[in-house]
Ligand binder design. Structure first.
Ligand code: PLP
Ligand code: COI
Length: 362
């Protein structure tokens, strides 16, 4: 039985004029909509008290477990407005499944897929006017959705929490990178890794992002946009960026992307594997050595490098820097990078036929 959701509209919604003003330049992760979805879990009652209510601060006991042991997972997804005004999410079932996988790794309960989807739909329906207009400010603005689940029991013993809260919040989003679509400069960190064998690399959990921050700071200190992580065991294989998966296009048309295992299984990643395949560019998923990157770009064998993720969409990659060297990359977005981007964004905004059945109407 799906959970019944009670909706209590906020008594202080932002005015239409204020929402319209925000939607002209939403940025990323700065503004939040009028409502939020909340549901609680205990071993005795299972999931209960599903509700959409006014967005607002939580009151947490200082002993709340998540504040101490970081038992937390999240998802990132978007709702898009089509030209006819309808609103759609992209591969939402995949987010539900990945969250269930993350639950398994973090000893959190699984929220059934139908309740995950109903939660997202209920919040988007309540805050529909916050979904940016089709073709608006940047042409690609959307409503970013952030489902998350955390240990909400006030208890300092180290064991899985006996009270868990799942929520969804929403935030209108323009471009993730301020400079628009231009190649990112990357910093290869040799000091920090984000995941190890048996660790949490494949889970979407706050701890992975907490551990990436110092490496991202190191990247910024070297004038780079993003950090590249290598594998934790040998420091030889490319994993991913702080919030994106990576692809390498070879002159012969094939594409290589790092194999799954200790990286996040990106939902954009698997969409691109299918799209690129359909466009005549088979994608190899395999361990990809950092030397293959350096040598491939230097020799011209690798012609395009790009990164992808929900927030960042598809973003070209330029120069790779490391302590003591660099390999000069593209200064303009690559042709195939942009063609894949066009296809993906076209499907998301309803301009390209959704032959994969990826879109779900809210
Ligand atoms: N890798 C990491 C570490 C991420 O945070 C993200 C973003 O969610 C991705 C990859 C790309 O995943 P997705 O395409 O599902 O957004
Ligand atoms: C996303 O792309 O949804 C992410 O989660 C990346 C970042 C904003 C954490």
């Amino acid at each position: 039985m799906p959970l019944e959701i009670t909706t209590t509209p906020t008594t202080t919604p932002r005015s239409d004029a204020e929402v319209a003003e925000i939607l002209t330049a939403p940025g990323f992760g700065t503004y939040f909509t009028d409502h939020m979805y909340v549901v609680e879990w205990t071993p005795e009652r299972g999931w209960h008290d599903a509700r959409v209510e006014a967005y607002g601060p939580l009151s947490l006991d200082p002993a709340t477990a998540v504040l101490h042991y970081a038992q937390e997972i999240f998802e990132g997804m978007k709702a898009y407005r089509h030209e006819d005004g309808s609103v759609w999410t992209f591969r939402a079932e995949e987010n539900a499944r990945r969250m269930a996988t993350s639950s398994g790794r973090l000893a959190l309960p699984v929220l059934p897929e139908e309740d995950f989807l109903a939660a997202v739909d209920a919040l988007v329906a309540a805050d529909e006017r916050w979904v940016p207009p089709y073709g608006g400010s940047s042409g690609e603005a959307s409503l970013y959705l952030r489902p998350f689940m955390f240990a909400s029991e006030a208890f300092l013993g180290v064991r899985p929490s006996q009270h868990v809260t799942f929520m969804v919040i929403a935030s209108p989003a323009g471009a993730y990178f301020k400079g628009g679509i231009k190649p990112l400069s990357l910093w290869l960190t040799e000091e920090y890794t984000r995941a190890g064998r048996g660790g949490m690399g494949a889970a979407k959990t706050g701890g992975n992002y907490a551990s990436s921050l110092v490496a991202q700071q190191e990247a910024s200190a070297h004038g780079c946009d993003q950090v590249v992580f290598l594998d934790g065991a040998e420091g030889k294989y490319v994993e991913e960026l702080g919030g994106m998966n990576l692809y390498f296009l070879y002159a012969d048309g094939r594409i290589v992307t790092p194999a799954l295992g200790t990286i996040l299984e990106g939902i954009t990643r698997s969409a691109i594997i299918e799209l690129a395949g359909k466009m005549g560019h088979p994608v190899e998923e395999r361990p990809f050595g950092i030397d293959e990157w350096r040598e491939g770009v230097a020799s011209g064998e690798i012609t395009e490098v790009f990164a992808c993720g929900t927030a960042a969409v598809v973003t070209p990659v330029g120069t790779l820097h490391w302590d003591g060297g660099s390999v000069e990359g593209a200064t303009e977005p690559g042709e195939l990078t942009m063609a894949i981007r066009e296809q993906l964004v076209g499907i998301q905004f309803g301009r390209v036929d959704d032959t994969f059945g990826w879109m779900r109407r809210v």
